[in-house]
Write a protein of this length. Sequence first.
Length: 287
Amino acid sequence: MSKSPLMPFTEALATIQSNSQCLVKEDTIALNKSLGRVLAQDIYASIDIPPAANSAMDGYVMRFDDWQANKVFPISQRIPAGVAPEQLQENTVARIFTGAEIPANADLVIMQENAITHDEGVSFTQVPKQNDNIRPQGQDVLKDSRVLEKGLRLDAQHLGIIASLGINQIAVFDKLKVGVLTTGDELITAGNTLNKGQIFNSNGPMLQALVEKLGHEVASYQHASDNHQETESILAKMSSCCDIILSSGGVSVGEEDHVKNVIEANGELLLWKIAIKPGKPLVHGSV
C-alpha cells in the first residue's frame, strides 16, 4: 500500500483559502463596542482636525504686525480652551491657554515663559516669528480626507481617531461564529483530578482564546470522546450554528481517530497530511 503524498504547506494554505467563503454580513454598532472589530466602511473626515487654529502653548496671542520690542501691551481678553474668542483689538494681546482657539485676526502666540507682566499689561523678552506656537486648522486631519480604510481591525487608537471626528456609530463586519471541538478519551478539563493515562485539555482553552483574540465569537465549544457516533453528532450540530469549526485531534491514522472519517462520510475532505512536523496530520474539509 503506497503512502499518501504530503502536501507542501504553501499549497495547503492556498487550498484552504480557495475553498473558504468570504462572509460579508455587516452590522452598525456603537463606537464604544467596536474594539477589535473589523471596519466595513471607509472612515472620512467631515471636519478639519483641529477645526480651527489653536494655541500650542499657554501664553499670549497677538497680531504679528503689532509687535514692538520693549513695548507693554494691554491684555484685552482671556481665552481659555473651549471658549470662542473675540476679534483681537489692535495693539493688544490676549491671555491664551493650550488648545484654545486663535482669534481670526491673530497670527502669533508667545509662550508665557517669555513674558514679563506689568500693572498695565505684558512685555516680551523674545523676538517672535509669525505663526509661532500656533497649530493650524486641519493640521492633524483635513476635511473630506480618508482617515481609516475598510477592512481595518480597530484598536484603541483607531477608536480615539473616530471619536475625534464626532462619529459614534460605525459599520463593522459581523463576527464569525466559530465552533471549537477537542477530541480524545485521555483529556479532562482543568480543575478536575488527573488520573493515570489522562492529561488536561489545553488545546480547547487555547483555541477559544485565539478565536476571541481575533475578534470572533465561540458559538459552540464541545469535547468528543473517541467515538464515531458522538463525533458525528457534535459536528452535525456545530455545522448548523457555526461558520467555521476548529477541531483538535482525531485526524491521524489510528483506530480512535474519528474526525477525518466523519468528514469523509458526511461531507468533503479537501486535504489531509501536510509537509510540516509536528502537525503533519491536518485535515481541511466541509460537513
